[in-house]
Ligand binder design. Structure first.
Ligand SMILES: NC(=O)C1=CN([C@@H]2O[C@H](COP(=O)(O)OP(=O)(O)OC[C@H]3O[C@@H](n4cnc5c(N)ncnc54)[C@H](O)[C@@H]3O)[C@@H](O)[C@H]2O)C=CC1
Ligand SMILES: O=C(O)C(=O)Cc1ccc(O)cc1
Length: 314
C-alpha cells in the first residue's frame, strides 16, 4: 500500500477515468475519504454498488465541501459549468485538478471561477480505452502511462508537487508542460488519429451501404484497430475537437499535405518515396515501444532536432 496523499478527495464525474482513479485510490489508500459525484442518480447508484467511494452525491458543491483535492472527470466542454457549480463550496487551500484531453480551453473555462486561495492544477493522464462509464474503469489504467501536468503560469509549486505525487502514486510517470504545448502535442498524437479513425470507419460504412459489399465483414487487422478507436465516446470526442480547434486544424493541414504527397507517389509509381516513409515510420514505432519499456520522459518535440524528419537509412 502506498502512502496517503490527501485526506479528502472529491471526484466530479465517475466514468472511465473517475472510476479508475477511485479504484486505485481505494486499493492503495491514497486518500482518507473519497467523495463521488455524478449527475445521474442511476450512475451514482452504480458507483455505490461498485464501492467506488466513501460518500455519494449528485450535487457537485456537496462533494467538494472540505475536499483537499478535487479532480474534475467530465467531458471537457462541461468543465466551466462544473467549476462554476463547485466554486462557492471550495475550501481555502484546496486544489482543483482535472483529467481533460485538452488543456488551454479547460483552463480558460475553469480559471475565472476558481476563488482566491484555491489552486488550479490541470492534468491529463494519457491512458484510456474506447469504453466509458463507471464499470469501464480499472485500478491499473494509469500504471506506466504518462500523466501530463499543465499548471498555468505562476501556479503555487506546492500544489503542482501534490498533484505530481498523486499521479505518481497512481502508477503514472509525470511530466510538466505548458497548456499550449500539450494541446499541440496531443492534437497530432491523439486527436487527429481519432478523427482519422472516425472518418475511415464512416467512409467504409457508407461504401458498404452503396455497394452492399462486405467491407466490415472481411475487414483486415488495420481497419479493425480503427473501429476500436471509432467506438470511443461521442460526447467526449465532440468536446475534444470543439475545444482544441486551432491545434487540430493546424495538424490536420499538415496531415492533408502529407497525404497528398503520398497520393502523388502512388499515382506516379514512386516506390522509393513510399519505401522511405514506411522505413522511417517503422523506426518511430520501435522508438515508441522503447519509451514504453523505459521510464525516461519522452521528448514531446522540445529538443532542437525534434520535429525534423528522421535521417533516411542508408
Ligand atoms: N476516455 C479516455 O480514454 C480518456 C478520457 N480523458 C478525459 O477524461 C474526461 C472524462 O472522460 P471519461 O471518464 O472517459 O468519460 P465517461 O463518459 O466515462 O464519464 C464522464 C463522466 O462525466 C459526467 N458528465 C458528462 N457530462 C457532464 C456534464 N455536462 N456535466 C457534469 N458531468 C457530466 C458523466 O455523468 C460521467 O460521470 C474527459 O474530459 C476526457 O477528455 C482523459 C484520458 C483518457
Ligand atoms: O483508447 C485509446 O487508444 C486512447 O487513445 C485512449 C485515450 C483517449 C483520450 C485521451 O486523452 C488519452 C487516451
Amino acid at each position: 500500500m502506498a502512502d496517503k496523499i490527501v485526506d479528502r478527495l472529491a471526484l466530479i464525474g465517475i466514468g472511465l477515468i473517475g472510476s479508475s482513479i477511485a479504484r486505485v485510490v481505494r486499493r492503495d489508500g491514497l486518500a482518507g475519504h473519497v467523495a463521488v459525484q455524478t449527475r445521474r442518480p442511476e450512475t451514482l447508484e452504480r458507483a455505490r454498488s461498485l464501492d467506488l467511494g466513501d460518500s455519494y452525491t449528485t450535487d457537485a458543491a456537496d462533494a467538494v465541501r472540505d475536499a483537499d483535492l478535487v479532480i474534475v472527470c467530465v467531458p471537457v466542454g462541461a468543465s466551466g459549468a462544473v467549476a462554476e457549480a463547485i466554486a462557492p463550496a471550495l475550501k481555502t487551500g484546496a486544489i482543483v485538478s482535472d483529467v481533460g484531453s485538452t488543456k488551454t480551453s479547460v483552463i480558460a473555462q475553469m480559471a475565472p471561477h476558481i476563488p482566491p486561495g484555491v489552486r488550479l492544477v490541470p492534468a491529463h493522464p494519457i491512458a484510456g480505452t474506447e469504453h466509458s462509464g463507471p464499470d469501464a474503469g480499472f485500478a491499473d489504467l494509469f500504471r506506466n502511462r504518462w500523466c501530463l501536468i499543465t499548471p498555468p503560469e505562476g501556479t503555487d509549486e506546492t500544489a503542482v508537487d501534490l498533484v505530481t505525487r498523486f499521479w505518481t502514486a497512481c502508477g503514472a510517470n509525470t511530466d510538466i508542460m505548458t497548456p499550449d504545448h500539450h494541446d499541440m502535442v496531443l492534437a497530432i498524437t491523439s486527436h487527429v488519429p481519432h478523427l482519422i479513425a472516425y472518418n475511415i470507419v464512416g467512409t467504409a460504412a457508407e461504401l458498404e451501404e452503396v455497394t452492399n459489399s462486405e467491407v466490415m465483414k472481411f475487414s483486415a487487422g488495420g481497419f479493425r484497430d480503427f473501429t476500436r478507436i471509432a467506438a470511443s465516446d461521442p460526447t467526449m470526442w465532440r468536446d475534444v475537437f470543439l475545444n482544441n480547434r486551432e491545434a487540430v486544424l493546424e495538424m490536420l493541414g499538415r496531415f492533408t499535405e502529407d497525404l497528398t504527397a503520398l497520393q502523388r507517389a502512388i499515382r506516379w509509381g514512386d516506390g522509393d518515396a513510399l519505401f522511405d516513409l514506411f522505413t522511417r515510420t517503422r523506426a518511430i514505432r520501435r522508438g515508441i515501444i522503447e519509451y514504453g519499456q523505459e521510464t525516461e520522459a519522452p521528448d514531446f518535440g522540445r529538443s532542437p532536432g525534434a520535429g525534423k524528419p528522421a535521417q533516411k537509412p542508408e
